[in-house]
Each structure stands twice: as structure tokens, then as C-alpha cells.
Design a protein around this ligand. Sequence first.
Ligand code: URP
Ligand code: ZN
Ligand code: ZN
Length: 472
Amino acid sequence: MSTSFDLVIRNALAVTAADTQQADIGIRQGRIVALGEGLGAGAREIDAAGRHVTPGGVDGHCHLDQPMPPPVKMADDFITGTRSAACGGTTTVIPFAAQEKGSSLRAAVEDYHRRADGKASVDYAFHLIVSDPTPTVLNDELPALIDAGYTSFKLYMTYEDLKLDDGQVLDVLDVARRHGAMAMIHAENSDCIEWLTRRLEAAGRTAPRWHAHARPMLVEREATHRAIALSQLVDVPILIVHVSGREAVEQIRWGRAHGLSIFAETCPQYLFLTAEDLGIDNSYMGARCVCSPPPRDKANQEVIWDGLRDDLFTVFSSDHAPFRWDTPDGKHPGGKEVPFRHIPNGIPGIETRLPLLYSEGVLTGRISINRYVELTSTNPAKAYGLHPRKGTIAVGADADLVIWDEKEVVIDNDRLHHNVDYTPYEGMKLGAWPALTLLRGQVVWDGTRFTGAVGQGQFLACGKPTLVPQRR
Ligand code: URP
Ligand code: ZN
Ligand code: ZN
């Protein structure tokens, strides 16, 4: 029998950011080549009757094998991190090539390629982290890297080894404007954090829970407003990452109401964790959930849900920042219970991002399934210049697809595929998990095990962002 396709997914409820249609999906050479009723035979066929099929997730904010000051080390490299991504329905990841102060940005990119080459099992692109915007970086390296497909970068307003002052932020934003790149901003006021941290330390308040007191919403609100003002001055869009609650949300709404092009990201930790997860006593267990900005409270979780519902948020990312709990290179640096200042910031979540939002957002009716696709796949692909190859189900797009199984699943770290020895979501009951993840037409997760191959992930050179400004 002659076949028209390498693979046909029959009777899919194919979901895009715009609509949901019942269709067969015809795949050839890793791409979607037909969508319609009664497609011809495929060499392989999968029946998806009654199941939602969404585009593979695009995780536009995750950290893999990012160099850290010793003894700290990220738990996931490109092998374990992308394997975990695939098993949770994500087929494209965009981690960060981080410039070290005093070194060149190009060197950071070359080093990061060495870390990724031959290891990824899903496709990947790089954001840049600009920590030292010298004239060479601003005039030569950054423009050349943008032309070469590194079209987004993250700027930090806090963290000693990464932060930029306002003048440096303006300089880098000006490059973004002139070259059409996307600037992502980590907005927290560094001096306020340092001042509060010293006061807490002087009072002996160094347990993990005090991390949240050193980074109250005010410090995020102030820096968010300042970032918006800086973007207005330069006249360039920005994307505020990992927005945690009401005060930053209000600033973004203010910016939009003034006609400014401000995009915004939030992450699972701001929907499912609160500051209490950092501890209600002086126990060190809360170190597991230390991340920045810190999770807030239940009322703020509702503010984040509102923003997911009503278009305030542009993208939903994991901010997977993997540190092990029970080893001296992770949350116990040097093998000790350290003051919160020294606890590595970040929590794992590359595999749980999509099931958490599908289950608690779509199945509960908080957001539509089309909005889910927009937040987790289409908009990150547009923001970082990968659309329409990634982020949609359309003829010509890569056949990166997730077939969903709506069944009860209890999150259990032993069943996750990252190299982290805990998940903050242990024991949570979800209503869905991917039954199948396809990367360019190949099954990389079959519902029970990872079926991909180390090295099958391709590096993606990014184009210019194609998001349209949001007005609400
Ligand atoms: O605490 C966090 N979010 N750690 C990861 C680094 C960052 O700022 O995103
Ligand atoms: Zn950040
Ligand atoms: Zn991050």
C-alpha cells in the first residue's frame, strides 16, 4: 500500500491559540504537511479520537547547565533537562548563555554551545544574559549575535554578579531597539534587597523563610516601574519576567494603559506556592522553594490567575532553575545549612509546567484551552522569533505535538526525569498529563517513558520577535 505520510494522527481535537478543530494531522519529514478530514494513509498512524492535541510547549525561560559560582552547580544539563522537558510536553527550550563580568558575550555563547552540542533531546535556542555591556559588547558583539539568531537577552536589576545600573540598562535597551531584539528584565530593586538582608541578618533572621521578607512586593513593584520607565525613554518593548503578584501586575497595567509595549511572564511557582512554602518556622526545608521573586500569598495567586485569564500575561514559563536538595552543590552549599543570602535561587519545574497549567487552568475552566496554547507555546514562539515553525499546528510547522490524557496523576518526583531530587509540587493531584509528545514527528515521550534520543534536538537560530503590542 502506498502511503502519503510518514505519520497521521487521526481524529485529533487540534488546538491552536485561535481555535479548536477536529482534523487528521498529516506529517512528512518532521513537518505538518496536511490538516483535514479523511487524510490518506500514513506509514504509521495514531488514533487521537476524543483527545486534545496541542502544539509542543515552548519553554521561553529555563536554566540548564548555567555556570554558577562554586560549590554550587545546576543539577540539569542539556541531557537531563531536555529529557525532562520532553516528558512534560515541551519540545523547545530557551535557556541562557550568561556573560561573566569581564568576559566577552561571544565567549559565553561559544561555551554554551559546547555545553549543549550533541546532548539535547528537544530543540533549543539561546537567550543571552548581558552582565557587562562594554562598548565592544554594545557596538560589536551584541549586534552581530542578534544577526546570527540570538535575538533575545535578559537584563538583571539585582544579583551582584549580573546586575546592571539604569544607565547600562538604557544602553542595552537602545541596542534592542535599533536591532529589533527582545529584552527580558528581572525587575527587583537590588539596593533595597541588600539593605533589608543586612537588617535581617543583624537580627539573626537567616532561615530560608526570611528570603521572602528581604524581597517584598515593593522591591519588585519599584523595579518594574523603573524598567517600564526606561523602556519608555528608549521607546522599545520589554518583557518583564517571573511576575509574582499584585504590585508588579499593577505597574504593567499602568504601562499598557499609557500605550507602552510591555510584555509579561509568570511561572507556576506564583500560582501554586506561597511564602509559607519557604517555612513558617526556622526549619531549613523551605530552602527548596527559595526563588526570586519569592512566592507571595493566596490572594496574589488569584491576581496571577486573573492576569492569565485577561491577557495581562503574554507567556507562561517554568523558570526551571535546578539545584539538588541533598547535595553540597545545591541548596546546601558547602554541605551546610546556610543563611538565606547564600541559598541558590530557583526551583525545578520544566516537566510539570504544562500539566500544572492544563490541569489547574484549563480543566477547572479558569482559562480556555486556546489561551493555554497561546501562553505556553504560541506567544513564546512569537516573542523569541520561532513562530510559525514552532508554537502552532499549521501546515509547514514542525510536527511538535502533545496528545493529552485527561486522567488523574499524582506528582511524584520519582516519576519525573530531571536530575533534581525533589519537586515543590510533590503529592499534588492533577487531572492530565501528556499521553504522547512528538518532536518533529518522532515520539519522545510515550506516556510511560522517554523514547527520544540524546542529540536529536536541533539548535534554532531565532528570527526577530513577532508579537504585536498588547493594549490591556
Ligand atoms: O530564583 C530564580 N528565579 N532563579 C533563577 C534565576 C532567575 O533570576 O530567573
Ligand atoms: Zn530572573
Ligand atoms: Zn530564571
